[in-house]
Design a protein around this ligand. Structure first.
Ligand SMILES: CC(C)(COP(=O)(O)OP(=O)(O)OC[C@H]1O[C@@H](n2cnc3c(N)ncnc32)[C@H](O)[C@@H]1OP(=O)(O)O)[C@@H](O)C(=O)NCCC(=O)NCCS
Length: 210
């Protein structure tokens, strides 16, 4: 499917979402790839990953950029040559990018029962407001996971633990926003969080609070 949705979060921040229904060949024919990323693509083991990677290039093109405007630092974090901030995510049938004047992180996750099995590994203070028996438990866990991945993408530093260093404030799914705190080494930062559900996926994006 062409672009699933473009969401203007606020002036200077746009989110582009792709629903990946095309074949590898369809996507490959439509995008420009630089040499490094062509090698990366060829080294990917799963076609699902390759289609996710290619669909991100479709999103870049929709935003007026090409693969040549994108580079990665030594941690794997993507950057745009014009100095705007970008964050990238892909998961199964969806991919998304966020482009902003502010440092930002984005994450899309499929809502899966499996997340309940690893909740203890990434949830700590949030157990105070989560109800394990509630019908929306999996959806809320997925939001929290997305929050922590998004913050990690903004502040990627070795040693950050999702469970011990990132704490998400209480929220309801209808709120579509919350806040979170990163307390790590000498860092003490608060983040604004927004989220939305698309089919059975959860998209989260974060900005550092000024
Ligand atoms: C790097 C990481 C954030 C990627 O997230 P993911 O959910 O696996 O995958 P997503 O599709 O959402 O994101 C992948 C994209 O993140 C971006 N990315 C990779 N490393 C990054 C980093 N260090 N900082 C910011 N963005 C990064 C890339 O653009 C990548 O896609 P691309 O290489 O195709 O362009 C994740 O693998 C990670 O390391 N998380 C922290 C580790 C952790 O603490 N895990 C769980 C503890 S319980």
């Amino acid at each position: 499917m062409p672009l699933h949705e473009t969401k203007i979060h606020e002036e200077n921040t746009k989110i582009y979402i792709w629903k990946i229904t095309e074949t590898f060949e369809d996507l490959f024919d439509q995008v420009l790839l630089n040499d490094t990323n062509l090698i990366r693509l060829n080294n990917m083991k799963s076609e699902l990953h390759q289609r996710g990677f290619l669909s991100v290039r479709m999103l870049l093109q929709s935003a007026g950029y090409s693969d040549n405007d994108l580079y990665y630092d030594e941690f794997g974090k993507p950057h745009l040559a014009d100095g705007k901030h970008i964050s990238i995510t892909h998961s199964f049938g969806f991919s998304a990018i966020i482009i902003s004047n502010q440092n930002t992180g984005i994450d899309i996750e499929m809502q899966r029962e499996k997340i309940t099995l690893i909740a203890d590994k990434f949830i700590d203070t949030e157990f105070d407001f989560l109800e394990k028996e509630a019908a929306d438990y999996i959806r809320k866990l997925t939001v929290i996971w997305g929050v922590k991945e998004s913050i990690f993408k903004i502040q990627n530093e070795v040693g950050i633990s999702f469970k011990d260093h990132i704490s998400v404030f209480p929220f309801e799914l209808e709120d579509k926003k919350t806040s979170a705190l990163l307390t790590f080494a000498n860092l003490n930062k608060e983040f604004k969080i927004h989220f939305m559900e698309i089919e059975d996926f959860t998209l989260v994006y974060a900005f550092e609070k000024n």
